[in-house]
Design a protein around this ligand. Structure first.
Ligand code: NAG
Ligand code: NAG
Ligand code: NAG
Length: 474
């Protein structure tokens, strides 16, 4: 945040707090006529927290005929699943441990002095709040809620896909794979426990994970993406502009006014982090930190995070989705091999990260608006791109291949978060294999290193070597 903004905010806030001449040390209740927002009384709290959204608050519910049309038999499921709800990384853990207890103290003092607009119940909840057992060893670890999410997804899929997921484990029938992280390993295990029970689920064979898995974390190996997007602050300038813009100022001001203290951008962001994470660990109960925000604030913050996903992993830069062919090639190969009669695998089950999921569904053309979202887009206008709906914890893309009718026609059905999705270029929920292949078959051709300019040193030095000139492209 710029220091200019801090000054403007501090000034605006001083006016806001001082101008309506509040009697000092007035008792509660003597201050406001119109009712300010009270989380404790909110029957329908706002729970769309972008990529920290709880799976349970956005998922759908499938019946057997949804995935496998009547008259058809399921032949294979190919699933790409994000890990479930996790704990934050060490950076966020540190920041929360440092800032939140101080903020809590300041808010309680302000309330005692009759400042701020929080209702009594919200203040009481905050007074009872503590940082809990949060500590650095939790760094990115799958939370108990995350284990439950994955196990429950497996149980529900198993009940509607008996031909695929009710068989006992064996290597020829199931193919599990997860990345080299605790959160995807435990997610895969939790899913397996849902399918095979706790004991067998814990021991079924899963191949040793690969560092920067070229299939599940392809973007970690894509030089062009690393250089132009991942390591390039310019790539997310729309997000930064939004962050420095009037709507975010509005949020900071409103939060400050509600809490009766001057909060900085970083403090506001830390409270948002706390609100999102603590709620995701126990979605039945809103974190008291969410009381700092009105629905409008949370929608503005959600849009800010939508911009982040859009530019880091979505349509914001072509390389984001152009590099996503390895998993799509894998999907096409599996389905093609089933159709041509050779493959007996019933379930291909992959456990990865938001960065992979978003790039893959962007490569499929899902949730693409007519115009790119920018810092100037109205966050409240309707649009397809929504990181809360499309990339919550445990988000997933489930492709099911089925064989139908006397002719034995093949169809592909896609569900995301257990909601049916019409694939662009198919026009129907149950997409005939020919249409699916016409639309997406080109991903079988996947010159990853070329797309990613993975070997650009050689290309760019061509013609220079003869002059004794070489230069290295990072
Ligand atoms: C599956 O394959 C692995 C590795 O080849 C092997 O160790 C394991 O015993 C196999 N499990 C079953 C049930 O076939
Ligand atoms: C380039 O491609 C190779 C082979 O696919 C891969 O192993 C390597 O990690 C890539 N290089 C970079 C810098 O990502
Ligand atoms: C990069 O180019 C060199 C020189 O042609 C070649 O030997 C090497 O295998 C290439 N590496 C990759 C990852 O394609």
């Amino acid at each position: 945040m710029t220091s200019t903004r801090s000054c403007v905010l501090a000034l605006a806030l001083t006016l806001a707090l001082v101008a309506p001449a509040r009697p000092c040390l007035s008792g509660r209740g003597s201050r406001k006529t119109s009712e300010p927002y009270c989380l404790a009384n909110d029957k329908d709290p706002y729970v769309k927290f972008s990529t920290k959204t709880s799976y349970s608050s956005v998922r759908g519910d499938l019946s057997p005929e949804d995935l496998v049309p009547s008259g058809c038999t399921a032949a294979q499921i190919w699933l790409l699943n994000r890990h479930g709800t996790r704990y934050p990384g060490t950076g966020d853990i540190e920041t929360m441990k440092v800032f939140l207890p101080l903020l809590k103290g300041k808010i309680l003092v302000a309330d005692f002095l009759g400042q701020g607009d929080l209702c009594e119940a919200d203040v009481a909840a905050l007074a009872n709040w503590s940082v809990g057992h949060l500590n650095e060893t939790w760094n990115n670890v799958l939370a108990p809620e995350g284990e439950e999410e994955l196990r429950d997804i497996a149980l529900r899929l198993k009940s509607i896909l008996p031909d695929l997921l009710q068989k006992p484990f064996d290597n020829a029938t199931y193919s599990f794979r997860h990345t080299k992280t605790q959160r995807t390993e435990r997610s895969a295990r939790s899913f397996a426990k849902g399918l095979f029970g706790d004991e067998d689920g814990e021991t079924v064979y899963m191949p040793a994970p690969i560092d920067k898995d070229p299939l599940l974390r392809f973007y970690k190996r894509c030089k062009k993406y690393q250089t132009e997007v991942d390591d390039n602050p310019e790539a997310v300038k729309e997000m930064i502009w939004f962050e420095e813009g009037p709507l975010m100022d509005e949020v900071i001001l409103r939060v400050s006014k509600r809490l009766g203290i001057v909060v900085t951008f970083v403090e506001m962001r830390t409270m948002y982090t706390a609100c999102r994470y603590y709620t995701s660990w126990n979605p039945k109960e809103m974190s008291p930190w969410c009381a700092a925000f009105t629905h409008r604030d949370l929608q503005i913050l959600e849009y800010w995070q939508d911009l982040k996903g859009f530019y880091e992993d979505g349509y914001g830069h072509a390389i984001n989705y152009e590099q996503a062919c390895p998993p799509l090639k894998d999907l096409l190969e599996h389905f093609r091999d089933v159709i041509s009669g050779g493959e007996t695998t019933k379930a291909v089950l992959y456990f990865s990260h938001q960065g992979a999921l978003m790039k893959v569904y962007s490569a499929l053309g899902l949730w693409k608006d007519d115009t790119p979202i920018t810092h100037e887009t109205d966050p409240f206008s309707s649009r397809l791109w929504s990181s809360s709906d499309q990339s919550p914890f445990a988000s997933n893309l489930a492709f099911v291949l089925s064989r139908c009718g006397p002719e034995g026609d093949w169809v592909v059905t896609l569900a995301q978060q257990e909601k049916l999705v019409t694939m662009p270029g198919c026009g129907k929920i149950h997409c005939p294999w020919e249409d699916f292949f016409r639309q997406y078959g080109h991903h079988l051709y996947c010159p990853f290193d070329e797309i990613c300019e993975n070997n650009s040193t050689r290309i760019r030095t061509e013609g220079l070597e003869s002059h004794g000139l070489t230069y290295t492209v990072v």
